[in-house]
Design a binder for this molecule. Structure first.
Ligand SMILES: [Zn+2]
Length: 74
């Protein structure tokens, strides 16, 4: 007979599996950003020397997310 510890472990494993599945779906539906040589925030677009850079700073990334992601947290 399963005791409370077994039940907790089963629940934990199910919770982890569901979390991983949800994250996989989220990742599959999130568009990958490509570095363009300038800040991707449409309100900024500052040029970069670093060709792999996406944004100037976290504030520009947040603004970009707010402008491009429906219902994004601000
Ligand atoms: Zn910027």
């Amino acid at each position: 007979m399963a005791d409370v510890i077994d039940m907790a472990q089963d629940f934990d494993a199910l919770n982890l599996a569901q979390g991983l599945a949800a994250q996989k779906i989220k990742a599959a539906h999130t568009p990958r950003l490509r570095a363009e040589g300038y800040c991707l925030n449409a309100d900024c677009e500052e040029s970069f020397n670093n060709s792999a850079q996406l944004f100037c700073n976290p504030a520009c990334e947040r603004e970009h997310a707010a402008l491009t992601t429906p219902y994004a947290r601000r």
